[in-house]
Design a protein around this ligand. Structure first.
Ligand code: FAD
Length: 533
């Protein structure tokens, strides 16, 4: 397949990061056995392997650095369901290539393609008819695959309440480089004092020592391998960026849908007050409050002043954004929250409490948008989604000045107490470097996407340099250089700011236990000589 590969399979050489790689061959397996046969052959011939889900990743993780591609888009079936009546827990078993959008469609319509399902799974569907369930992991991009979501430990806005993908994965099957399969169920493969032992389906034992590095104390982190001395070993493979094995089956847990789901966008007079509101919404008792708020949102999102200005301009000039609600004068910074509850009355109580805090912080209730039904909430979601879309449009414009310009967006998180400090750092550094940037994202988790919009190549280079400076400063604050997109290939230099060489060597040694020839996803997480991503 060597000749003309790029002409025929060009679309498989890139992902949403818009980086482009190279490869010599590709397969689209339909079964776990086909994956196993393919990796076994590559292992024997020393050919590197890049696994692909839906290629929506933003860290170039699915972009191949030569070798063979295993694209899982044809392993796209939901293969079973399970209900644990004692604990009222509901699970779906899926192949890795199933798309998030498909899962949502099945759950809303309560209609699955059940061909090949066992008796227990079919019975389980009867239970589903009586109750509403949803899959809480929502990495914004609904065309992502469940395998990719697991491999990146993706999250998104509602992770503030529900946690990242990891918290909703009950079991996985992983094909290792020699074609052997590990079946891991949560709670059944626990390391003890940093020592682990895993047995494959053929009886082969993988054992070793876990690294000593400590992960940052942040609520969102996908910077290198998950590592704790007494960890569940399933967590090593979740978020491992396709570098340890190929996930061939996943059991995801669903959550019960709540009766009411409202959205509120609050426009605050300045950024500092907006951040105080965030702190209050997370349950901190801020100055002026006699007790912490009772309201517990499921998502807390942020829009900087520049992000609002960008959206306001688009509203005036771009018909594609006409459905987005008009931003009134008198805004500065906005916070969007989503609130779920058992009834509208319950949510309304929370909204009244919120109104008092907004006024206390100098905000005005008339600058607040409340959506109390699905259509209204959808409008607020499109307002949020318009941010990355506008950024992409501006990057495309900048690209016309120099084709080397690509998206420059951060994905770093810090501990709660560092929120204001990190915002100050972003604002001051952007101003000092005379750059233009919009900031938005998951402020509830202190996880903001700072998007630098370069006007030329010089600004692009300075922005890129600044990201490396921020990676170092954020690591020093006890933060994570990647909170939800994974390290992939683009953030390898950032990870080097977060962990020492020895710690990264320990991480690499862990990889070598499962992938001794280091053939899986070359260039991801670990530097690969000769390639500048
Ligand atoms: C507009 C936009 C917004 C986004 N917003 C968010 C957000 O809010 N939150 C968030 O978390 N993410 C976000 N993302 C990125 C998100 O992480 C990815 O969209 C998704 O999780 C990756 O899934 P995928 O199937 O596309 O994987 P790919 O991009 O194909 O692969 C990603 C990585 O997973 C590996 N991989 C894929 N499948 C497997 C498998 N079966 N076994 C082993 N390794 C595998 C690949 O090798 C690669 O390392 C956004 C992306 C876009 C384009």
């Amino acid at each position: 397949m060597g000749n003309g590969f790029a002409e025929i399979y060009g679309e498989y050489l890139r992902d949403e990061s818009r980086q482009v790689g190279t490869a010599e061959s590709i397969i689209f397996p339909k079964t776990e056995e086909e994956i196993a046969a393919s990796v076994r052959e590559c292992n024997l011939k020393n050919i590197s392997v890049t696994t692909q889900g839906a290629k929506t990743g933003l860290a170039a993780s699915a972009v191949p650095f030569g070798g063979h591609i295993i694209n899982l888009s044809r392993m796209n079936k939901v293969t079973g369901a399970r209900y644990d009546g004692k604990q009222d827990r509901f699970f779906l078993k899926v192949q890795p290539g199933v798309l998030l959008t498909e899962i949502r469609k099945y759950l809303i319509n309560k209609s699955f393609i059940t061909e090949g399902w066992d008796e227990e799974s079919l019975k389980t569907l009867e239970h589903m008819d009586k109750n509403q369930w949803f899959y809480s992991t929502d990495p914004t991009e609904a065309s992502a695959s469940i395998g990719g979501i697991a491999a990146c430990n993706a999250s998104g806005a509602k992770s503030f309440r529900y946690g990242s993908a990891r918290e909703h994965i009950e079991s996985i099957r992983v094909v290792l480089t020699d074609g052997d399969v590990l079946s891991l169920k949560r709670g059944q493969s626990i390391a003890a004092n940093g020592i682990f032992e895993l047995v494959t389906e053929s009886g082969k034992i993988f054992s070793g020592k876990l690294p000593k590095y400590k992960m940052p104390a942040v609520s969102k982190n996908t910077s290198g391998y998950y590592n704790k001395p007494d960890m569940d070993m399933i967590d090593l493979f979740i978020g491992s960026d396709g570098t340890l094995g190929i996930i061939s089956e996943i059991e995801i847990e669903l959550n019960r849908t709540q009766q009411s789901d409202w959205g509120v966008t609050i426009f605050m007079p300045d950024e500092d007050k907006a951040l105080d509101l965030v702190r209050a919404l997370r349950g901190e008792r801020i100055s002026g409050m006699s007790e912490p708020m009772k309201l517990r949102p499921s998502a807390i999102e942020f829009f900087s002043h520049e992000a609002l200005k960008m959206l306001k301009l688009q509203q005036k000039t771009n018909p594609a954004f006409s459905s987005v609600q008009e931003i009134q004068q008198g805004y500065h910074t906005a916070i969007f929250i989503e609130i779920e509850g058992d009834s509208d009355d319950e949510i309304w109580e929370g909204i009244e409490e919120l109104g008092d805090v907004i006024v206390m912080l100098g905000g005005k209730e008339e600058y607040t948008w409340v959506a109390n039904n699905a259509a209204g909430l959808e409008k607020l979601h499109s307002f949020r989604h318009a941010c990355p879309e506008c950024v992409n449009m501006q990057i495309d414009e900048a690209k016309k000045t120099d084709s080397r310009i690509t998206k420059l967006g951060t994905d770093m998180s810090v501990p709660d107490e560092r929120l204001k400090e990190v915002m100050k750092m972003y604002n001051e550094d952007i101003e000092r470097n005379n750059l233009h940037a919009v900031i938005f994202g998951h402020v509830g988790n202190n996880h903001l996407h700072v998007n630098i919009i370069p006007r030329n190549m010089d600004e692009y280079k300075r922005g890129k340099d600044l990201f490396l400076v921020w990676a170092e400063k954020i690591a020093a604050m006890g933060g994570a250089v990647s909170a939800e997109h994974g390290v992939g290939k683009l953030k390898v230099p950032f990870l080097q700011k977060m962990y020492s060489k020895d710690e990264l060597d320990e991480m690499r040694n862990l990889k070598k236990v499962f992938d001794p020839k280091q053939l899986l996803n070359r260039g991801a997480i670990f530097a690969y000589e000769g390639v500048d991503a």
